[in-house]
Design a protein around this ligand. Structure first.
Ligand SMILES: Cc1ncc(COP(=O)(O)O)c(C=O)c1O
Length: 451
């Protein structure tokens, strides 16, 4: 059967099983653009509408149940959907008030839980999203260094604000050389002036970064990296690469910002900083630290963080503001989750992720499907159509996203829900060994349906 016919057949099955989702989408799209909360959630012919979710299970409005391996791009609590610890903590917070705009005792417990995992954080502030955390980290770096340009890595995502909405997924033909990529806006609306301030470097290439830093000597305020790029990919850093970036940042007077919004408290107790033995100037966090509530945090070196401290100087050199900053619901939910996420929990998340990756590799080989699988504790990604190691954006850029879309529909039919249109997994501690059996079997039958 041709690829197009396979997809049409899978979509026909989807339509048959999900008429309720279609009806909801028809109504929703008259209000929300495309009937969804953000573009990546949109699926042709229409997105799946959810009735409820608990533990590792998510149910659509037509009564179909799936083992959830999407988990809202890592935004679902690391303990699974609606965990008791979060319900209890948020429930009592609801009785005590939703938002104060003043300090309160529970803040301390939460910030201690974060600094225990990230000992390089001397001081921090809380925010409401990963986007806000990175926006503030960059502003801090600019304030601290008195410089305005930043370096980001090609193919990485740091949130939806202009400075970093650049070269997240550029068309390679239109993006200059690999060593010195041309900054490309992520769609219209990003001013040209931003493209002057955001310099783009390839991942896993310290020499290229060094050349860029020399070319912009004295101009770079911050180098911001996703330690493991995970925007439609999963790229592991080569041994020593992140340490090289750290040294180069120090050598050239730039602030080294590690964006742990996705990896933080997910791939290890102390996130990528622990996993790769890093001590950045600033760390940004989100997702897993929020226990399912909108979350962000940024912090690090006391001297840099002092830029936004009063310290007898009026408002501080730069200001950090936000009505809902350090909000009690986030603090309650986040504390409840972090308390149960022990170092041992990460061993189980690794064992489960390892099993899924290994079974994917076996089935892909058996079915004769070309793909490269990469994984870390609790997360993994299949690059369809790629038969070499993915080491940066460009080595993964020939991915067959059309195969990933087919896989998504086939996986749903087999009883698991991956991220929309994507061949990735995000695990929580709610996934049991039996759930992993289900995921492995579902992947087998989904991939068999494609070949
Ligand atoms: C690495 C990284 N940084 C920042 C963000 C932005 O976080 P948020 O969606 O909470 O604004 C994301 C979101 O996926 C992310 O993956």
């Amino acid at each position: 059967m041709s690829d197009q016919n396979v997809l049409e057949e899978l979509k026909a099955d989807y339509r048959e099983r999900t008429p309720g989702s279609k009806a909801i989408w028809e109504e929703n799209r008259n209000g929300l653009v495309d009937g969804v909360g953000s573009q990546p959630r949109y699926v042709e012919p229409y997105p799946l509408a959810i009735e409820s979710a608990s533990g590792s299970t998510i149910r659509d409005v037509d009564g179909n149940e799936y083992v959830d391996v999407f988990n809202c791009f890592g935004g679902v609590p690391m303990l699974g959907h609606a965990p008791k610890a979060v319900r209890n903590a948020v429930g009592s917070q609801l009785e005590e008030g939703l938002v104060y705009g003043h300090p309160y005792p529970k803040q301390l417990e939460y910030t201690n839980a974060l600094t225990d995992r990230y000992p390089m954080i001397d001081r921090l502030r809380l925010a409401n999203s990963g986007t806000e955390a990175n926006m503030n980290a960059i502003r801090l770096a600019r304030s601290y260094t008195g410089r305005s340009k930043i370096v980001k890595i090609e193919g990485t995502y740091h949130g939806s604000f202009d400075d970093v909405f650049v070269s997240t997924m550029p068309t390679v033909d239109d993006a200059g050389t690999r060593e010195a990529p041309t900054p490309r806006p992520n769609g219209a609306g990003v001013p040209d002036s931003v493209l002057e301030e955001t310099i783009v470097a390839p991942f896993n290439d310290p020499e290229a970064l060094e050349s860029i830093l020399h070319a912009h000597e004295g101009e770079i305020a911050a180098i911001i990296v996703e330690p493991v790029p995970m925007y439609a990919t999963l790229v592991e850093p080569r041994d020593g690469y992140l340490q090289d970036v750290s040294s180069l940042a120090a050598e050239h007077g730039a602030v080294f910002v590690v964006d742990e919004v996705k990896t933080g408290c997910r791939i290890a107790y102390g996130g990528a900083c622990e996993y790769y033995d890093l001590e950045p100037d600033l760390v940004t966090l989100g997702k897993a630290i929020g226990g399912g509530l909108p979350a962000g945090a940024f912090g690090g070196d006391a001297e840099i963080m002092r830029e936004m401290s009063f310290q007898g100087r009026g408002r501080g050199n730069t200001e950090n503001v936000g009505t809902y900053n350090a909000n009690p619901l986030l603090v309650s939910a986040g504390s409840a989750v972090l308390e149960e996420l022990t170092p041992e929990a990460y061993d189980r998340l690794e064992a489960h992720s390892e099993r899924i990756a290994a079974s994917f590799e076996d089935v892909l080989r058996d079915e004769g499907i070309t793909a490269t699988v990469q994984h870390l504790p609790s997360v993994g990604y299949v690059h369809f159509g790629i038969d070499t190691d993915v080491t940066d954006y460009r080595t993964g850029s020939g991915q067959r996203f059309d195969t990933a879309i087919q896989y998504w529909f086939a996986a749903l039919e087999a009883g698991i829900l991956p991220p929309p249109k994507t061949s990735a997994w995000y695990l929580t501690t709610a996934h049991t060994d039996a759930d992993v059996d289900t995921i492995v079997e579902a992947n087998k039958s989904a991939l068999a349906a494609l070949s």
